[in-house]
Design a protein around this ligand. Structure first.
Ligand code: ZN
Length: 114
């Protein structure tokens, strides 16, 4: 009875570690896939926007927002981050995820073979 409880607890722990590892690993993998797909197309960087209404103020001749009429020097301009820096995921977390997944696989393999 104790043996069964112990193995169930171990399996649950193993599953949790595996899920955690995958959760850490997946964003890094997605980023790697995007990187392998090729360089991002130039010009798809988000436009600077009026901080009051969010209207794009790219290539605007004046400091007056054409949408809401506010002075952009007063309300401010939002400059969204370019796509490259939006997907800034620490490689350390990817590595940790990989280690966790590998450890889980290792434990499972050892349990089944031994
Ligand atoms: Zn505006």
């Amino acid at each position: 009875m104790m043996e069964i409880d112990h193995s169930i607890a171990g399996m649950i722990l193993l599953a949790l570690v595996l899920v955690l590892g995958l959760a850490l690993l997946l964003p890094g993998l997605v980023r790697l896939c995007r990187w392998m797909a090729g360089p991002t197309v130039h010009g798809d960087a988000p436009d600077p926007c009026c901080a009051h209404c969010g209207y794009s103020v790219r290539k605007l001749g004046s400091f007056t927002c054409p949408e809401c009429g506010n002075d952009l020097r007063q309300v401010g301009v939002i400059r969204p981050l370019p796509p490259a820096s939006q997907g800034n995921y620490p490689p350390v977390l990817t590595a940790m995820g990989l280690v966790l997944v590998l450890l889980t696989v290792l434990v499972v393999v050892r349990n089944f073979s031994g």
